[in-house]
Ligand binder design. Sequence first.
Ligand code: ADP
Ligand code: MG
Length: 224
Amino acid sequence: MIRFSGVSHRFGEREVLTPFSLELAERRIAVIGANGSGKSTFARLINGLLMPSAGQVWVDDLDTKSNGKAVRGLVGFVFQNPDNQIVYPVVEEDIAFGLKNLKVEKGEIAGRVAASLARFGLSHLAKEQAHRLSGGEKQMLAIAGVTITQPRYIVFDEPTTLLDLRNKRLVARTIDRLDETAIVITHDLDLIADFDRVLVFEEGRIDFDGAPRDAIARYLELMA
Ligand SMILES: Nc1ncnc2c1ncn2[C@@H]1O[C@H](COP(=O)(O)OP(=O)(O)O)[C@@H](O)[C@H]1O
Ligand SMILES: [Mg+2]
């Protein structure tokens, strides 16, 4: 469970998230809202990329302020632009990166990388230069690289924004099948239709919190 307790966030003088408390326990949670409403700030608070200006963020029993490293092990993060996430030139090396970091044994790394490549339909691209992959393939590579270290939660920050419709659907299907809990920030309303819970952000506060249908209706009202 992820828990925000009296959390707010400011950049300098500017409060970009006004104080809120919230518990997230569902498997599929979406965050929608206007540009600049605070969604990415919210996302980065979850894995300790950002610390709250006030209050606490808890991931399971870990406070992000005092357990940054453990929290980042529990919470994976997939960005809008996979280019920002690809570290190594060759696909299979890039997927192996997280395991090397964790000092997993070489023999075990090879097996887990092969399984991950297969799981995300990337086996035929194992030896390919990562930068030559299509946008959709790169996003699958990013997801492979994050899931391989077995986080419990994965935060996606606009994972389909840069993709064509076919690849949007591929990423949506992939998220749907993940065992991990997913928190997905998106403008893609099709992606979240079957989610368990949707938060609508507006000007730094949670304007609505509920089922997809009602949340989308509220979002469309705000956008009108
Ligand atoms: N590092 C930063 N320094 C100063 N202001 C920031 C920074 N990051 C985001 N902001 C501001 O905080 C507000 C919320 O940003 P963000 O969380 O990225 O919104 P969203 O993801 O919903 O578009 C915006 O007004 C943005 O300009
Ligand atoms: Mg954002």
